[in-house]
Design a protein around this ligand. Structure first.
Ligand code: BDR
Ligand code: CA
Length: 313
């Protein structure tokens, strides 16, 4: 089968970085058309820089990286340095990127790519707030039907929230953008906290990354060393949750994941529950299902895949 064409929209972030590395290590399954950066974990200037650092770490200076929206549609940007550190990629010491940003705005790249590629052949993979994607859909509504699928990290049902008691970070930062995307009518796969909190980098899993001995394996081990302290302190969990790599792993091995096709609506009005993903997991409404909401994974299979792929870089 031909590799799946994707655009990764991202706010790196250590877990975003691992998601990108997994995609770049998997050319049989994934053809990366480009990376679009958005403000999220850290401001845009840093996410656009970090995306290029990650491409260079993987030896892929051929991937165009575009800078996109520097703030949510209607709200003030909330960032997460308390999780990811000041740079967004704290942990390893990696050189500043030499590759320049691609010319033009990320939103225009998304629009142009969807207009020029065959309809139904491009998958969007958002790993951060959905500002770039929603802006593209609003600016060029003709592209929406040309999207093959949207496989995103965001939201939660059983785990409820990580940035507020009721909201997951990516959705909370730009709930209006998320609302536009979830109402787009395109097939959506949601890697919620319910699944990503089961993708934990335990010590043996991190040792396996480090034991790869290549630059990438060591950098990923150092990233998770840094990133894990937040979740260990907050949840008492065994290690860092690899949220965003669930998206790229799903493109390679969807059989590792399970979920339900349900209706998901986004709270955009109440400040108390802003950005909550109201998922009808139990089918208690007659609202039309609009998303495959993933709740579980084969964690050992996921880490075996990730380790095997990172070894290739
Ligand atoms: C999401 O928020 C960010 O901190 C991570 O990169 C991930 O995309 C998890 O809530
Ligand atoms: Ca992210």
């Amino acid at each position: 089968m031909a590799p799946r064409k994707i655009i990764i929209d991202t706010d790196p972030g250590q877990d975003d970085a691992v998601a990108i590395l997994l995609a770049l290590a998997s050319p049989e399954e994934i053809e990366m058309l480009g990376i679009t950066a958005v403000a999220g974990n850290v401001p845009l200037e840093l996410t656009a820089k970090n995306a290029r650092i990650v491409c260079e770490l993987a030896g892929h200076t051929d991937i165009p990286v575009y800078a996109g929206c520097d703030r949510p549609l209607n709200r003030t940007l909330v960032t997460a340095e308390h999780v990811h550190g000041k740079t967004g990629l704290d942990g390893p010491v990696l050189p500043d990127p030499k590759m320049p940003l691609a010319e033009g705005h990320a939103v225009d790249f998304i629009i142009d790519t969807l207009r020029t590629q065959e309809p139904g052949t491009v998958t969007l993979c958002p790993l951060g707030p959905l500002t770039n994607i929603a802006t593209a859909f609003t600016k060029a509504p003709d592209i929406v039907d040309r999207v093959q699928e949207i496989v995103l990290m965001g939201g939660a049902y059983f785990e409820v929230g990580n940035i507020t008691p009721t909201a997951e970070f990516n959705i909370h930062v730009d709930p209006d953008a998320a609302d536009i995307v979830f109402k787009s009518g395109r097939p959506i796969v949601v890697m919620s906290l319910d699944v990503t909190h089961k993708a934990l980098v335990t010590k043996p899993r991190n040792d396996a990354f480090r034991a790869l001995g290549n630059k990438v394996g060591i950098a990923v081990a150092q990233m998770t060393d840094f990133f894990e302290r937040f979740d260990k302190n907050k949840y008492g969990s065994e290690g860092a949750p690899l949220h965003d790599p669930c998206v790229t792993a799903y493109l390679i091995r969807p059989d590792l994941f399970s979920g339900r096709h349900v209706n998901v609506e986004i709270e955009t009005q109440s400040e108390l529950t802003m950005g909550m993903t109201v998922a009808d997991w139990w089918g208690v409404t007659d609202r039309t299902p609009n998303a495959l909401f993933i709740g579980d994974l084969d964690a050992d299979g996921f880490f075996a895949l990730l380790t095997e792929r990172l070894a290739r870089l």
